[in-house]
Design a protein around this ligand. Structure first.
Ligand SMILES: [Zn+2]
Length: 99
């Protein structure tokens, strides 16, 4: 399930398809309609490893963005996914999942 590119909400619903058959989505929060962007920046495994180390060093997300050059949005998603997979609680809140 993609998140809204405008407000980052995950309360999105399928809203048909576009001409090439890709699903179209609509955000229930801000009503923006969008198509999931397949051209997400590819982050190398090296960069991910570096980010993991920086997270352990408790560097702020803004600091990690400056050091590694990834986008803040990508980093937030990465951290959310990472901690969603980890049983122990971290200071980064997991994404709400009340769909
Ligand atoms: Zn939205």
């Amino acid at each position: 399930m993609p998140t809204c590119p405008r407000c980052q909400s995950d309360k999105v619903i399928r809203n048909g398809t576009i001409h090439n058959g890709k699903p179209k989505w609509a955000c229930k929060e801000c009503r923006r309609q969008f198509v999931e962007n397949p051209a997400k920046p590819r982050i190398s495994e090296d960069t991910k490893g570096q980010i993991d180390k920086l997270l352990l060093e408790r560097l702020s997300l803004a600091g990690i963005v400056r050091v590694t050059g990834v986008s803040a949005r990508w980093l937030q998603d990465y951290v959310n996914r990472k901690y969603a997979q980890t049983p122990r609680q971290a200071e980064v809140p997991a994404q709400k999942n009340d769909a």
